[in-house]
Design a binder for this molecule. Structure first.
Ligand code: FAD
Ligand code: 2HG
Ligand code: ZN
Length: 472
């Protein structure tokens, strides 16, 4: 039985038609929990408009009725931002029917897409015109552009191309009262006052609903080389990224760090993966060089960088992928970590960033303090070295129960965030705050910044109907 006023139900049904409403309990379930079942809520209704105009009408109707909306894209977010609370009064607004690629402007190097287009489809549309859209992450086959914008997604190519914020020229947004703001400008220069698109990018659906965006395209990559390198320490990884950058400049397009524990989980749980080396090593990096030239001398550059790294003791062993299949196998070892960790019980996720120069000291200090305070917990540390972004995730000790481990989650989190703060880092590098880190942000974020954020929220959404309980 829906908690919505009958008049609102009728209006919504008229706006989106029968195909756009889900109120059957069983059919709603897919929208009410996240992919690892870490967050679960209830909803009065799931509404699925098929155009920006329909989104605007839905938001207007809900605004008039005082009903809260929870925007949802591919539902791959890791902080519970797209999951409603357990009141059963909120409406989930799914954007997955907004699937049009509105325009490809090769001359302007831009693509204009609706919020529900899946990231991989944007990558494919760019490839079809000899370009690339460089945002790349493990969930790219199901996350949406709207979700990427709302979380300011990062991923594995940020060191070269930036995060979603850097890749966006314009947005179209339905404001909390239902007005449609057309900010779909494809301009690289526009200094006509405050750049409002940046308010909505990274706002996790708390300030409005993003319905479309103008995104930057880049020249297609025509040569690529990928290597898997064993290292003695995180310090060696930081030295090696500096070395490769100095040598290759913008051709360095991927540099991912993984601890042995992270890779061991993938080897144990993800079918079809194998260790590239005969021996175990404490740390690994996946290096990718790429270029727009078809025959760029990338292997020679890689060999030169790695040769020096071996001499300096930064690298212990290395393999270079000799085929597309080997490239895919190396990336699978990296991208499989998130899923693999789920098989080892609850995974306490800490998506932190520190200055790149502090990565090694952060890991050393956090490891030492954790093992002292919580002996036996397994540290699953991996991440995007070029961004100073570590997924410093924790799994329970071998053979222990979930419940006592979960009871320690908050203390573990505070320990890790205290070390992060000591290095002037951030408690959310790329996943956002959602419902997972809302409390923590109050503790670790500057109070004046929080006050400014609250005043912006109050100005744009005075009734508090946009994704309440998230971010702030
Ligand atoms: P959802 O999960 O549906 O929503 C995320 C947030 O955005 C919610 O707060 C929601 O309310 C809001 N939202 C969604 N659509 C809209 C809209 N149109 N307008 C306004 N608000 C909206 N993230 C990274 O940054 N880097 C990674 O490397 C990365 N790797 C991942 C790997 C795996 C295996 C998984 C499962 C996730 C990974 N993620 C990563 C997290 C996730 O994929 C991203 O946060 C992604 O951007 C979310 O997109 P989505 O469409 O699934 O959004
Ligand atoms: C990644 O880099 C993602 O693989 C997911 O950001 C991290 O699951 C995680 O903690
Ligand atoms: Zn990541």
């Amino acid at each position: 039985m829906s908690h919505l006023p009958a008049e609102l139900l009728r209006d919504l049904s008229e706006i989106v038609g029968p195909a756009g409403l889900i109120n059957d309990e069983a059919a709603m379930q897919a929208y009410l929990s996240d992919w690892r079942n870490a967050y679960r809520g209830r909803a009065a209704l799931v509404v699925r408009p098929a155009s920006a105009g329909e989104v605007a009408a839905v938001v207007r109707a809900c605004h008039q009725a005082g009903v809260a909306l929870v925007p949802q894209g591919g539902n791959t977010g890791l902080c519970g931002g797209s999951i409603p609370d357990d009141s059963g009064h909120q409406v989930v607004l799914s954007l997955t029917r907004l699937t049009r690629i509105r325009d490809v402007d090769a001359g302007n190097e831009t693509i204009t897409v609706e919020a529900g287009v899946v990231l991989q489809q944007v990558q494919e549309a760019a490839a079809a015109v000899g370009r690339q859209f460089p945002l790349s992450l493990g969930a790219e086959g199901s996350c949406t552009i709207g979700g990427n914008l709302a979380t300011n997604a990062g991923g594995t190519a940020v060191l070269r191309y930036g995060n979603m914020r850097d890749l966006t020229l314009g947005v179209e947004v339905v404001l909390p009262d239902g007005r449609l703001w057309n900010g779909l400008r494809g301009l690289r220069k526009d200094n006509t006052g405050y750049d409002l698109k940046h308010l909505f990018i990274g706002s996790e659906g708390t300030l409005g609903i993003i319905t479309a965006a103008v995104l930057k395209l880049y020249p297609a990559v025509r040569s690529r080389t990928t290597a898997w390198v064993a290292l003695p320490s995180p310090q060696a990884a930081v030295a090696l990224i500096g070395r490769m950058r100095a040598l290759c400049g913008d051709r360095l397009t991927g540099f991912e760090l993984m601890s042995r524990q992270s890779v061991a989980f993938v080897l144990r749980h993800v079918p079809g993966c194998s260790d590239p080396f005969a021996d175990e090593h404490p740390w690994y990096v996946l290096i990718e060089l790429s270029d727009t030239l078809p025959e760029a001398p990338l292997n020679a550059m890689l060999e030169s960088g790695l040769g020096a790294a071996f001499e300096e003791g930064e690298a212990l062993d290395a393999v270079v992928a000799g085929s597309e299949a080997q490239v895919a196998a190396l990336w699978k070892l990296r991208e499989g970590i998130s899923e693999a960790q789920n098989h080892e019980g609850p995974s306490l996720k800490h998506d932190i960033s520190v200055p790149v120069s502090s990565i090694a000291a952060f890991i050393a200090q956090a490891d030492e303090r954790l093992q002292q305070a919580f002996p036996g917990v397994r540290i699953v540390c991996y991440g995007h070295v070029g961004d100073g972004n570590l997924h410093y995730n924790i799994s329970k000790p071998v053979g222990s129960e979930d419940a006592p481990f979960k009871a320690q989650a908050e203390a573990i989190m505070h320990l890790i965030y205290d070390v992060t703060a000591a290095f002037a880092g951030s408690i959310s590098a790329e996943h956002g705050l959602g419902q997972a880190k809302r409390e923590a942000a109050r503790r670790y974020k500057d109070p004046l910044e929080l006050e400014l954020m609250r005043s912006l929220k109050q100005t744009l959404d005075p009734a508090g109907l946009m994704n309440p309980g998230k971010l702030l």
